[in-house]
Design a protein around this ligand. Sequence first.
Ligand code: UDP
Length: 311
Amino acid sequence: MPTTLITGGAGFIGSHLCERFLAEGHHVIAMDNLITGTIDNIDHLRDPRFHFIKHDVTEYMYVCGKVDNILHFASPASPIDYLRMPIQTLKVGSLGTHKSLGLACEKRARYLLASTSEIYGDPLVHPQPESYWGNVNPIGPRGVYDEAKRFAEAMTMAYGRYHGIETRIVRIFNTYGPRMRLDDGRVVPSFIGSVLRNDPITVYGSGTQTRSFCFVTDLVEGICRLLHSAEREPVNIGTEFEMTILGFAELIKQLAGSEAPIVFKPLPVDDPKNRRPDLTKAHTILGYKPSIQLEEGLRKTIEYFRSRQEL
Ligand code: UDP
């Protein structure tokens, strides 16, 4: 039975990964300091093969016994979280990546880094292939996340080259689904929370900026395929279905049967104007193809938030 360690295991994506690897028969260790993750996300995983360790991965980390895979998913991941915790965000992307790579070396484990479309910044190439080096403002407020993840990619490649460990890098595009935090500020929980409370929907800027939204189980499928593949260089995972944020607000209103008004607020600094992954590499190397249509995924997500008490 392989043992898989998932940092950020109590977070949104991390908790779905825990579920998936348990279903594949792995022994799963979730490590999290719970600053943005929550035990609620993993409370249902009552399985003798599942363990939780509360630990800050920027500090020296160790686990007993064999570890076959390490997936480094710990990090604040929403703009308001990393603006609220800029130093912690820089530390988890840099020191946390270093510590978890060190453990991978010690255990001779395969290592997968959660990177992000943010490494492309406000892209000047559209859609974004992995070969694009990006357009990041290193000193802007988003730089704490973007540059930490760029450093994390460099560190991961260096450990692969220098220490000869097996490394993988996934560049994750906008992902949504159950277990996002209602107050994490990202557009999906923000819009759904607004329509369910019958509050106005706040669109930043004119709403002409675009994103491509991927349902979390499709992302997890792509990550598993990448982990088991031989590809050492970064691979984009997401969907190619791109829409404007204003169009997205209208769609959520329609799906929730809401008449909530749309109000406009200033666009945050360095908010990317367009984002869509070029998935050619994921299709070709991994046979990856997302299967959940946006409306289906949003219905499931709306249902999840409806069932929550904290609305
Ligand atoms: N956005 C918005 N209203 C909100 C939250 C976000 O209009 O309440 C916009 C945001 O400015 C960005 C897009 O939605 O253009 C996606 O934002 P999110 O924070 O989800 O992720 P990003 O892709 O910017 O990292």
